[in-house]
Design a protein around this ligand. Structure first.
Ligand code: GLC
Length: 756
């Protein structure tokens, strides 16, 4: 298509805007009680002290990146050369570090950060698992619970929520976000920011949030971590940026930029996203922190020649605090003194950092979060454990059930197979470094507590080392460890029902954990098939941090329960669902492919010129695998059944600015109470840009008794129907649309309407 001159001009401005400083400093607007206080401190500070505030080091005890050692950190704190520490935990240890800061000339308090991603000592389900609950209130409550526990341990700031949209399950960090959908990811971002921060950052039960990784870190080519991100500006704005914007608009105190480059510009040195968008258009008044060493890595990107160039590029682009690359402390003073970096850029960064320390109440009382009694009363409290169990219940997704679940009240002898069912450490998954592992309830313990009168037999079923190899496509005929499978079959033959736990190890999904083959290990698949030969009902628990492919085991499973990694109360939550004490209500926040080769795969794709269908071979598909996913976005079963009507509209033609109210009737057509997540999708039938086949624009959850029906209401407007055009203008065009309602992205009923 011939680009118009205007388009080329806009694109040129975009590229310039993405690149090195175009000199536009987006100053933070200070108002209210802190404006005077921040500036009264700023004017007392030397340049060294200002640069010190922009410097963050990790404590040596817990390292979450390639750390370098500085034995004299204490002296640097006293000299005012460090503004923040990460990975320092505990009321007592943070008090000690803060006492050193109080020896500095201006006594500016340190701010302590930590990756409280899905809990602190009490661990909640992975964020991807919690996203499967489709319960925003729950998601906000677990963030608030995590904040309470973290703050009681001296933490002021969590490096969460991670809001990176991920469409490729080969990327290990899919576990850390809310999945593939932009609308849902934006809602979860808002809920988690509100949960972490509450209404008052000075409340010693709240912490600063940190929206990350800015931006589009989940779009690395081929699902490889840290990899190149290269996409159209339209896709960047339509699919990847909205959750960050939602987090900013929700009031996030901080942002963390990302390791990747975006269309040729490293995010850490990317002025367009950090200044033009975040601090400019989105009105962000907080501060940005680099990811671990990412300022220094601008050199590795070969975007600058050396660390001094990296410091210059990053600070001009809007990176306010340097995590662990030591670029700022090494070079900013020289860059300011030789006029390369105007002092106003330093002052703006320091104002932003000081503003948050004032809002945290740290200038009033630097030790307000260092209360060992509050710590003892908060950590692993019964209410936090109960919250973790509730979240576990709601995160579990029932993928298959040929009426073997729920278990009978007296299930007889249970054969529990699989080392994962007896492992505490795996249950907390990745990014739970501070989780209390001895406190974790395993599946085995959960079942023993739920069924005290049942005889629960156990066998490991596979070897945790040799038995974890994946062989997608090779369909291994022989198990690596036949003796373990034989032992498991012998145990199963004595039971009335078999429950087998398969999948990943708890640390298989996470940072630097991309996998080129996301299949369940071959020995696990063979184990399930062999167990089925005993003739017993076989219930498969899939334990993982990402979508995995089931290969040959699926037909042998009478039920498949996706448990993810559920955290401290994993065993109890799984027992709640297997027993029917909780009727599973989870829905997939990310598509499960049949084979890895389908990645990236997501529901809101384009039609293409040869849309997917079953009637013709010349379509957008493969010759060796069905084009559909194994389980679509939004999918999940219940122990009951639901009927969802098409959306009902009061008329069929609406004005551009009219609100469109759609009513959907949901009925529980089964025999037990249950929760349904009604999903509303929109589709622009014909537009001046190719549009997705559907996009999620609303969910409503309803709890219904058997036989009960209820009308649920959705209200959408023009912005729900809009898209970015080639000029990056967000527009909504008149024409025909379809509203679709359903229990997942595949099984929907539609109603057409016209927008004038
Ligand atoms: C890691 C992660 C980031 C985390 C930071 C501090 O490399 O990319 O998400 O917050 O370093 O641990």
């Amino acid at each position: 298509m011939k680009k118009s001159f205007a388009t080329l001009v806009v694109a040129a401005v975009m590229l310039v805007g993405c690149g090195r400083g175009d000199g536009r400093l987006t100053k933070v607007s200070l108002d209210g009680e802190y404006a005077h206080k921040v500036d009264s401190v700023l004017k007392l500070m030397t340049l060294d002290e200002k640069i010190g505030q922009m410097n963050q080091y990790s404590c040596d005890a817990l390292v979450t990146g390639p750390a370098t050692r500085d034995e004299d950190k204490v002296q640097q704190i006293i000299d005012g050369r460090i503004g923040s520490m990460l990975n320092l935990i505990g009321a007592q240890k943070t008090r000690e570090a803060q006492e050193f800061a109080m020896q500095s000339r201006l006594q500016i308090p340190l701010v302590f950060g930590l990756d409280v991603i899905h809990g602190m000592r009490t661990v909640y389900p992975l964020p991807l698992a919690e996203a499967a609950s489709f319960d925003l209130d729950l998601i906000q409550r677990t963030a608030a619970g995590a904040a309470r526990e973290a703050a009681s341990q001296g933490i002021h700031w969590t490096f969460a929520p991670m809001v990176d949209i991920a469409r490729d399950a080969r990327w290990g960090r899919v576990m850390e976000g809310a999945g593939e959908d932009t609308w849902w990811g934006s809602r979860v971002a808002e809920a988690r920011v509100h949960g972490f921060q509450g209404d008052d950052l000075s409340d010693t039960g709240t912490v600063m949030a940190c929206v990350k990784h800015f931006a589009a870190y989940g779009a690395g080519i081929a699902g490889k971590d840290y990899n190149t991100v290269d996409m159209s500006d339209v896709t960047l704005h339509e699919i990847y940026l909205p959750p960050y914007e939602a987090g900013a608009k929700a009031g996030a105190a901080t942002f963390m930029n990302s390791f990747n480059d975006i269309n040729g510009i490293p995010a850490t040195a990317n002025e367009y996203i950090q200044r033009t968008l975040l601090k400019g258009d989105w009105g962000f008044r907080g501060f940005t922190v680099s990811d671990w060493g990412s300022i220094g890595e601008v050199v590795n990107h070969r975007y600058v020649a050396d660390l001094k160039g990296a410091a210059e590029a990053a600070v001009l682009a809007g990176s306010d605090m340097d995590m662990e690359s030591r670029a700022y402390v090494a070079h900013l003073k020289e860059l300011v003194e030789d006029g390369t970096v105007p002092m106003e850029y330093i002052d703006d960064a320091v104002r932003r950092i000081l503003l948050k320390k004032f809002e945290l109440g740290l200038f009033d009382d630097p030790f307000r979060y260092c209360d060992e009694e509050r710590e003892a009363n908060t950590v692993l409290s019964p209410e936090l454990r109960a919250l973790s169990r509730e979240a576990g219940d709601r995160s579990i997704v029932l993928l298959k059930n040929s009426s073997v679940l729920p278990l009978a009240e007296k299930p007889g002898t249970i054969a529990l197979i699989g080392g994962l069912a007896d492992s505490k450490a795996d249950m907390i998954g990745f990014w739970a470094n501070q989780g209390n592992i001895p406190a974790v309830v395993t599946v085995r313990e959960g079942l023993e507590m739920r069924y005290p009168s049942s005889h629960i037999l156990y066998a490991p079923g596979y070897d945790f080392e040799s038995g974890m190899k994946t062989h997608e496509g090779e369909h291994l005929a022989q198990p690596v460890n036949p003796a373990k499978i034989a032992e498991a079959k012998a145990v199963a033959s004595k039971a009335d029902v078999v429950i087998v736990a398969v999948g990943e190890r708890g640390d298989w999904s996470g940072e630097s954990k991309s996998r080129a083959d996301i299949s369940v290990p071959a020995d696990h698949q063979l184990l399930v098939q062999e167990l089925k030969k005993t003739g017993k009902p076989v219930i498969v628990l899939v334990m993982c941090g990402r979508p995995v492919t089931f290969g040959d085991m699926e037909p042998s499973a009478d039920a498949i329960v996706l448990t993810w990694w559920l955290g401290t109360e994993a065993g109890n939550a799984i027992a709640d669902v297997l027993s029917g004490d909780y009727n599973p209500s989870g829905r997939l926040p990310i598509t499960f492919p049949r084979v890895t080769g389908q990645c990236p795969i997501y529901y809101n794709h384009k039609s293409t010129g040869r849309p997917e269908n079953d009637s013709w071979q010349y379509i957008t598909s493969y010759t060796d695998v069905d084009y559909t996913p194994a389980y679509p976005f939004g999918f999940g079963l219940s122990y009951t059944t639901f009927e969802i009507s098409e959306p009902k509209l009061e008329k069929s033609v609406f004005g551009m600015d009219e609100q469109i109210k759609a009513v959907v009737t949901v009925s529980n057509t089964g025999s037990v109470a249950g929760r349904e997540t009604v999903q509303l999708y929109v589709r622009d039938e014909v537009a001046s840009m190719t549009r997705n086949v559907k996009d999620l624009r609303g969910i409503v959850q309803v709890d219904l008794q058997p036989g009960e029906s209820r009308d649920v209401e959705f209200v959408i407007g023009r912005d729900d129907l809009g898209f970015y055009n080639q000029k990056l203008e967000f527009i909504t065009e008149p024409g025909e649309f379809t509203l679709m309602a359903g229990s997942n992205s595949r099984d929907v009923k539609g109603t057409k309407f016209t927008l004038e």
